[in-house]
Ligand binder design. Structure first.
Ligand code: ADP
Length: 358
């Protein structure tokens, strides 16, 4: 490990110049101790970055108001003797006082932090460009799906019209084709709706509050009561934790997991779905498992199912778009958590969501 030596200095507030500095000033800024002392009161105006000068002025003002044990710090740029800018982190405290109690001298250390600041700047630039890319993707996907919605609706209306006006005159084959066309349009509209839902989530930062998952899952159970009744499913929900999050998004997450648990059932077995709280090893995350006794997912597909539009089944067997789990993953990540799957083909699947504790 490279140890960066700190510059140590004593600054006289009365003369506005350094009285002492150690040799590290040469390593960080390229000057000798004597050159720094010789610059006197001209040192700071000469070497400080013009954009940082006002903050340095404010920092000096704050030093003059410090109590004896207070330490304050400041990050600023200075010009190296060879012409490039160097970031310093100064930490200052009162050294001694004039007779009237005002600060006479302060003592400080300055550490070079140029590499950290460069890394910070790069990370910030990365975040900014990721946010811009997110926004571009969001508006692109939104406009495409939005534009598709209106022709899909028109098509549905036209098919309804054919049925109503000409239905009686159609032969059985034509009826069947018409029905097929209407089902297809129905699926298309559902897909467009889901893509729209997904795009609404991209890059969104919603405020997080304490959310009792008992309430979230009870709401989802209510929404799914028709499917639960139709499949005769047993739903066993244990007491669940309170987590930090956005209630609407968490509801979408559990809605997707529970409706998948009902959808990907083994047709010969009554669905038995358990929702359990899981004690994890990571202290600030609460786990909730949604376990089913459905068809299961082959191990080699466990990674793929969370990708957009990735499905393991054809629509005829199990209708769907392939966005549900992508949405779940996005929501879990946006909540500072994650989602995991374990599954055995023919036995069932468990999705575990980890979310932050309040
Ligand atoms: P969709 O259900 O619309 O296809 P999802 O993203 O929710 O999209 O799921 C992706 C795929 O993962 C599904 O097509 C299905 O093959 C598989 N899958 C999801 N949940 C389960 C489950 N509980 N049991 C078995 N397979 C599942």
């Amino acid at each position: 490990m490279q140890v960066v030596p700190s510059i140590i200095y004593v600054f006289n507030q009365n003369t506005q110049s350094n009285e002492y500095t150690n040799r590290s000033v040469g390593d960080a800024m390229g000057y000798t101790q004597q050159e720094v002392l010789d610059m006197g009161a001209a040192l700071i105006p000469t070497i400080c970055h013009p954009d940082d000068l006002p903050r340095v002025g404010e920092h000096f003002e704050r030093i003059r108001g410090l109590d004896d044990d207070d330490v304050i710090s400041l990050e600023y740029r200075v010009l190296h003797k060879d012409g490039h800018w160097v970031w310093l982190l100064s930490q200052d405290t009162v050294f001694d006082r004039n007779e009237d109690g005002t600060v006479r001298r302060h003592i400080g250390t300055a550490t070079e932090i140029t590499r950290q600041k460069d890394a910070e700047e790069k990370a910030l630039a990365g975040t900014r460009s990721a946010a811009a890319a997110n926004e571009e993707l969001r508006s692109f996907a939104y406009s495409i799906s939005h534009d598709m919605k209106s022709p899909a609706n028109t098509l549905k209306m036209l098919l309804d019209e054919i049925e109503t006006v000409h239905g009686l005159g159609l032969c059985a084959d034509a009826h069947e084709l018409l029905n097929l066309a209407r089902q297809t349009v129905g699926r298309m509209t559902a897909r467009v709706e889901q893509v729209l839902d997904y795009t609404r989530l991209i890059g969104r930062k919603s405020p997080h509050v304490s959310v009792p998952l008992d309430r979230v899952v009870a709401g989802v159970q209510k929404d799914l009561r028709a499917e639960i009744k139709a499949t005769g499913a047993r739903l066993d929900i244990a007491p669940l934790p309170i987590v930090m999050g956005n209630e609407t998004e968490l509801r979408v997450l559990f809605q997707n997991l529970l409706s998948n648990a009902l959808k990907y059932r083994d047709k010969d077995v009554v669905p038995d779905i358990k929702v359990r709280s899981i004690v994890g090893t990571i202290s600030d995350l609460e786990g909730v498992a949604v376990q089913d006794n459905g068809i299961g997912i082959p191990k080699e597909s466990h990674g793929r199912i969370f990708e957009m539009f990735k499905r393991l089944h054809v629509d005829e067997d199990y209708p769907g778009v392939g966005l549900g789990l992508a949405i779940c993953r996005r929501i879990a990540l946006a909540h500072g958590g994650r989602i995991e799957v374990t599954s055995t083909v023919g036995k069932g699947t468990t999705f575990t969501v980890w979310l932050r504790r309040p």
